[in-house]
Each structure stands twice: as C-alpha cells, then as structure tokens.
Design a protein around this ligand. Structure first.
Ligand code: TTP
Ligand code: MG
Length: 361
C-alpha cells in the first residue's frame, strides 16, 4: 500500500452549529425551523443567513442566502440574531474535548477540526469506535451533535464528514477511496466553487471520477497549479499534515569550530553539549522526539546530514547523545570538521499521549 494511505485522519464538523447552539439554549425551539442571521424585518431586511436548523433546510433555506429570501421560503421560521460570543465559548469547549483525543490536532474553523489518530488506533474498525466515542462525548458534555469523516487523509476525511449529515459517521478505508470519491459531484472537492464547476462542465467533467480520469495537462492548461491540486485530490491523494498553527516541527543547534578539527575528544564534547542544548529546548517547549539528526560540515564545506528515527517517542538526553554517536561514526577519521549540528524532529507534545512514551533507558 502507498505510504500516503497509512494514516487515519478524522474531520469533525458540528451540525448546523450556530442554530444547534441556539436550540440547546432554548429547548422550546427543538424541532422548529430556526434561522440564525440578520433581522428579516418581515421580509424587507437586508443581510444574509449565517446558518439554519435542518428543519429550516427542508424549506430550501441555506447559509449565505439573503435573509429576505429565507423569510419568503418560510415566514413562520424562528429568526434569531447571531450571538458570536456564545458560539465561540461553546466552540472552545468542543475543541478542548476534541484535542484531548490526540496530540495532532488542527482547528480549521469555529466548528471544524482535523485529528490525526494514526498513533492511537491500529485499524479502521477501532478508528470507527474512537470516532463514535468522540461523538458520544460531545453530546454528553455539550448536548450537540457532529458529523465525522474517517479516512486516510484530510481531503477525503472532509468530504466524508459532509457525506452524511447530521449526526453522521462515514468511514472511508484506503481500499474504498476510489469507489467512494468517483460518483460524487466534482464540487465536493475543497476549493471547487461555482466558477470552477462551470469550466469543468465545459470540459465534460461532472463527477470526481471524471476529474480523476482527466488528462492532468488539460487541467493545468485551464486552471494552472490549482488544476494539478484538484486532480491529485480527485485521485484521493493528499499528503498535507494535521498541524496546529505555529507548531514547532524540529529543534536543532549547531556549532562552528574556531579551528577545524578531527580530534575525537573535542568532537564528542561538542556533540554532547549540543545534545544538552537541544534537550533543554525540548523540555522548555514540552516536547518528546522520535527522530535524531546529525549535521556535519567538513573543512571543504561539504555538508551531510544523517537521521535515525526511533521506534517510539523519547524524552531522554542520553538517547540523543547515543544516537548522535552512532550517526557520526561513518564520518570519523576522514577530514577535519568545520561544523557540527544536532537536531530532533517528529515532535510530540509531552502533556498528551504519555502512555506511549518509551524512555529507552
Ligand atoms: P458550517 O459547518 O458550514 O455549517 P453548519 O455547521 O451550520 O451546518 P452543517 O451541519 O452543514 O455543518 O459552518 C459553521 C458555522 O459557521 C455555521 O453554523 C454558521 C457559520 N457560517 C456563516 O456564518 N456563514 C456561512 O456562509 C457559513 C457556511 C457558515
Ligand atoms: Mg458545521
């Protein structure tokens, strides 16, 4: 199987978020068409619908629609103003719940987030169970439902979370990616809006399957880089990572010698001290690491890096030192070193997932 299909990603999206929060606050509204947005002023109001309950959707009301049109479609609906402060508070609590399930978490809007749970579940069966328990916990703690897409990458997970709404759980296993995507309209691909749909239709492309089968050169001619991107997505390929904004990817320190050296004692001392510096940074930022990287530069400026990824996360400075000593071996006894560097990457937050830590003592 492709390396790219080894991950298990969740996309969580709350159902009718603003309106669901309003209904939760005012239980007497349950089961009624509820529209959140600007004041309809008996049909003459300006502005748009932010969102509406699923009952209101049965009348054809949608997000972004002029509020006057929503009023015409269902004058008897309950129209409520946007109470953003409340939705943000509820959103923050929901995100805390979701974040507690993984250390690879990314919130992408007020009501949606991605979770990479690859390290927490072995297969799609247990992933589905985990997704169900997340749904249960959100209902239990916040009284709100969400829909979750479970898939090998972000794009498919997002399409899957929207596949069955409200209160849906859609699992797309790697072997089912093509059969899941091909019959869906091309507009389900993130980024494909109304204008692109028109152009694609002119090209004879309506479904994701048509898009995947289209010659990528034709798409690039029409859409530029975006053409390549949508072609990849249509084929179920998306390597983007789930990453919290501003997340640290790696920590490294390096040192240039005052005088080039090949002295093993000096080299060992410098490497140990760099490893200690890296370790202190890790502790300060509360990270564990899985990959250790050595960088060497010789007197002729030729530069090499060597990395080793450990079987599990570590938090021990001796692990860095030991791994670096292993990695430098192949470079010893050659030329004089000009610079040495020590780095760690594949970082995980220390305060989560601690059960998986192996300290390699
Ligand atoms: P969405 O997740 O797109 O919509 P939703 O949660 O209301 O409904 P669904 O069940 O289909 O997911 O957006 C989340 C919130 O963002 C939504 O509750 C209100 C707000 N929003 C707007 O204010 N304007 C818009 O045009 C859209 C699409 C959303
Ligand atoms: Mg939503």
């Amino acid at each position: 199987m492709q390396e790219s299909m080894n991950r298990i990603i969740f996309h969580v999206d709350m159902d009718g978020f603003f309106s669901a929060v309003e209904v939760r606050e005012k239980p007497e509204l349950k089961g009624m068409p509820v529209v959140v947005g600007s004041d309809p002023k008996n049909g003459s109001g300006r502005g748009v619908v932010s969102t509406c309950s699923y009952e209101a959707r049965e009348y054809g009301i949608r997000s972004g629609m002029p509020i006057s049109k929503a009023y015409r479609l269902c004058p008897g609906a309950v129209f409520l103003p946007v109470n953003m402060k409340l939705y943000k508070e509820v959103s923050a609590r929901i995100m805390d719940i979701l974040r507690s399930f993984t250390n690879r978490f990314q919130q992408t809007s007020v009501d949606e987030a991605y979770l990479d749970v690859s390290g927490y579940v072995e297969d799609y069966e247990s992933a589905a169970e985990l997704a169900q328990s997340i749904k249960n916990e959100v209902v239990l703690k916040e009284g709100l439902t969400c829909s979750i897409g479970v898939a090998p990458n972000r794009v498919i997970a997002k399409i899957a979370s929207d596949f069955k709404k409200p209160d849906g759980l859609t699992v797309v296993m790697p072997m089912d990616v093509d059969s899941f995507l091909s019959p869906l309209p091309a507009a389900r691909i993130p980024g494909i809006g109304k204008k692109s749909v028109v152009i694609l239709k002119e090209m004879g492309i309506e479904m994701i399957g048509d898009l995947a089968a289209c010659d990528v050169q034709l798409l690039i001619e029409r859409f530029g880089k975006f053409g390549l991107a949508i072609h990849q997505m249509a084929k179920g390929i998306d390597l983007s990572e789930v990453r919290e904004r501003g997340e640290v990817k790696s920590i490294s320190k390096e040192d240039t010698f005052d005088e080039d050296t090949a002295d093993p004692e000096i080299i060992e001392k410098v490497l140990d001290s760099l490893a200690d510096d890296v370790y202190h940074s890790l502790v300060k930022k509360k990270f564990l690491f899985r990959t250790v990287t050595l960088k060497v530069r010789f007197e002729d400026f030729s530069t090499y890096t060597r990395s080793k990824t450990l079987g599990a996360c570590a938090s021990n400075p001796d692990v860095i030192k030991r791994t670096i000593r292993e990695l430098i071996r192949e470079f010893m006894g050659r030329n004089k070193f000009r610079l040495l560097g020590v780095g760690v990457s594949k970082l995980e937050k220390l305060d989560k997932g601690q059960m998986k830590i192996t300290d390699f003592l």
